[in-house]
Design a protein. Structure first.
Length: 115
């Protein structure tokens, strides 16, 4: 069983920054890849970024490449998403995700970017 709890969302002006955190339960956190997805109103959930179990490999959607950075701290069972140069189109609920035999999702954290 894996539980994911996101935090760090909020309201920010365009050009600003936020850092999201996702705290994971379970002793095997360091064994699996982690990812971030987002869902804007009226749109499907979309991939944002992912990181391998060791942190050695990262992957980004083209829309966030160069602005967002995913990282993890296995000692703290936490994955982060540093979001810089935020745009109004980044407004969405952001979800933490992992797959460990099953898909696991957090409850989501709202990010709102005002123009």
């Amino acid at each position: 069983q894996v539980q994911l709890v996101e935090s760090g969302g909020g309201l920010v002006q365009a050009g600003g920054s936020l850092r999201l955190s996702c705290a994971a339960s379970g002793r095997t956190f360091s064994s699996y890849a982690m990812g971030w997805f987002r869902q804007a109103p009226g749109k499907e959930r979309e991939f944002v970024a992912a990181i391998s179990w060791s942190g050695g490999s990262t992957y980004y959607a083209d829309s966030v490449k160069g602005r967002f950075t995913i990282s993890r701290d296995n000692a703290k069972n936490t994955v982060y998403l540093q979001m810089n140069s935020l745009k109004p189109e980044d407004t969405a609920v952001y979800y933490c995700h992992t797959y460990y035999g099953l898909d696991y999702w957090g409850q989501g954290t709202q990010v709102t970017v005002s123009s």
